[in-house]
Design a protein around this ligand. Structure first.
Ligand code: TYD
Length: 136
């Protein structure tokens, strides 16, 4: 069965000295982490993403600030707003995504199930919809 996108609540260790959260491969997220990257210094009004992956699974975390993630699995869009560092949005393969409405100084961490591979990207939305419908 196809994996569904969902918000995952991460552990949060409350402490007077400052709080701590963590993520372990295969424990809190349903994949092994092979790569981390982050998006920062986003000028006001800019949009990142605008593509899907054939195989890659990701977890997106708003480590600082806030932003919106718009997902489309081929059947319409759904918006997720992230604004806490202890929530992650699990985005399985074959979801078209864009990230927008970044707050000033926001920091977007992405944990990915594989190394960077341009041939895993689908950058044409019409092609994505065709492939998404073929998978059903
Ligand atoms: P891209 O994934 O298209 O950005 P966005 O997150 O906005 O969709 O990546 C932008 C550029 O960075 C592209 O030229 C590929 C490069 N890149 C890497 O070299 N390694 C990586 O892990 C990532 C995510 C991107």
């Amino acid at each position: 069965m196809k994996d569904e996108a969902r918000v995952i609540q991460l552990p949060k260790i409350l402490d007077k000295r400052g709080n701590l959260s963590f993520i372990e491969s295969d424990t809190h997220i349903p994949f092994e982490i092979k790569r981390a990257y982050w998006i920062y210094d986003v000028p006001g009004g800019e949009i990142r993403g605008g593509h899907a992956y054939k195989k890659l699974n990701e977890l997106i975390v708003a480590l600082s600030g806030s932003f919106d993630i718009i997902l489309d699995d081929g059947n319409g869009e759904k918006k997720y707003s992230l604004n806490r560092s202890y929530y992650g949005l699990f985005v399985p393969k074959m979801y078209w995504r864009r990230v927008e409405n970044f707050s000033t100084n926001s920091l977007c961490l992405i944990l990915a199930s594989d190394y960077y591979n341009e041939s895993d990207y689908i950058r044409d939305f019409e092609k994505f919809k065709e492939l998404a419908n073929d998978e059903k």
